[in-house]
Design a protein around this ligand. Structure first.
Ligand SMILES: [Zn+2]
Length: 181
């Protein structure tokens, strides 16, 4: 059975799941097993059996992935992603879910530890993305006090903010500061 993250056209291969997860883990207090499960389910992922121990490992895995999202040098990022692929092979295969076209899926959590499932899924997603874009098309929001990770799916200028909300907030603040002067 294929059980993976269902990507829509505007969701490049589970990467929005990845940043959502990393942001949840890095947002203040410890993300509970319920919060982690909710993130996976929100992105169409499989139901995960997380207890205290596996939830902690899941969080640690997410923090490890955030270190890759902190990289801006594509050579360093490729090296880090390759190391992850070596350690957690995704073993992808094509799966046809009822009423859907063939699509690529990674190993299911029934066959792997939840944290291993996360790392192998993320390694493949990041590898495909880096290969497609040829650069580290991700980053952290430049808005003061935000710092959330984002996937840069834009084709033109590099993205600076995690959301239009943050972009607008900064633009309005800059505009006000100019008027005061
Ligand atoms: Zn932001």
């Amino acid at each position: 059975m294929g059980d993976s993250l269902h990507d829509s056209d505007d969701n490049p291969r589970g990467l929005y799941f990845l940043v959502d997860l990393v942001n949840t883990v890095r947002d203040g207090g410890p993300a509970t097993a319920n919060a982690l499960r909710a993130v996976v389910e929100r992105h169409g992922g499989p139901p995960l059996a997380l207890d205290e121990t596996t939830a902690r490992q899941f969080r640690e895995a997410a923090v490890g992935l955030s270190r890759i999202l902190d990289l801006h040098d594509e050579d360093q990022a490729a090296e880090a992603i390759n190391a992850l692929l070596d350690r957690y092979p995704a073993r992808p295969r094509l799966v046809r879910l009822p009423g859907r076209p063939w699509s690529l899926h990674t190993r299911t959590p029934e066959h792997a530890h939840p944290a291993e499932w996360l790392l192998s899924t993320a390694a493949l997603a990041l590898a495909l993305w880096l290969g497609e874009r040829g650069r580290c098309a991700w980053g952290r929001c430049a808005a003061p006090g935000c710092d959330r990770y984002f996937i840069d799916a834009g084709r033109r200028a590099p993205q600076r903010f995690c959301s239009t909300r943050c972009g607008t907030r900064v633009r309005v603040a800059t505009h006000r500061a100019r008027q005061i002067r």
